[in-house]
Ligand binder design. Sequence first.
Ligand code: IMP
Ligand code: MG
Length: 215
Amino acid sequence: MNLWLKHFADILSKITGGIIVRYRHFLAYLGESCIMEKLVKLNDRTFRIYKSEKEIIEAIRAVADKINDDYLGKRPIIVPILNGSFMFASDLMKELKLDCEISFVKASSYEGTSTTGVVSTLIGLNQSIEDRHVIILEDIVDSGHTLARILPAFHELKPASLRIASLLFKPKALKNPLTIDYVGMEIPNDFIVGYGLDYDGIGRNLRDIYQVVEE
Ligand code: IMP
Ligand code: MG
C-alpha cells in the first residue's frame, strides 16, 4: 500500500512539475514578446515599430467614412500619387461604399521658368477629369512641396472639385499653404517607412509603419 502511495505521489509530482515548468516557459515567452521591440534594419538604418497595421486600417476606415458621407450621390475619381500611395489606395478603396473610379498617376518634376520654379506634370492620367470630383491620395505630406507642384497641373484640367486625402501628415514640416482635407494620422517630424513608404527604395512592403531609430 505504501509503495502504491509513493508511486502515486511520484506521478503527481512529475505532472505538477511539468505544468510548473511549462507555465514558467509560457511566462518567459510572454515577457520576452512584450519587452522585445519590433525592429527592422533597412540598409544602414534601424527602424522601430510605430503604427501597427491595425491602427493604420482604423485610420483609413475613419477617412473612408468621411468620404462616404461627403460624396454621397456623387461619383468621385480617386487619383493616388505613385509610388508611395499604392497600399493606402488599395485599403481605402475597399472601404468606399460609393460608385468611384481610380486612376493612378506619377508626378515628374522639372525646372519651370524663373517665375514658376519647379513644376510637375502628371503621367498616367488616362481619363478626363474635367467637371469631375477628384480626390488626390498621398501617402504622406511632409513639406508639401510635392503637392504644391502638382496642384496646378490638376487645376488646369478643370475638375468640378479637388480635395486631398493623405494617410499621414507631418504638420510641423509643412512649408506650403495647403489644406489637407482628409488626414489619416498626424505624426511628428521623424522619418518613417513601411506601408508603401520607402527608405532608399526599400521597405515599402512592410505591413506596419516604422520610425527611424536615431543612433
Ligand atoms: P513633401 O513633398 O515634402 O510633402 O514629401 C512628399 C513625399 O516625400 C512623400 O510623398 C513621400 O514619398 C516622401 N516622404 C516624405 N516624408 C517621408 C518619410 O518620413 N518617409 C518616407 N517618405 C517620405
Ligand atoms: Mg508620395
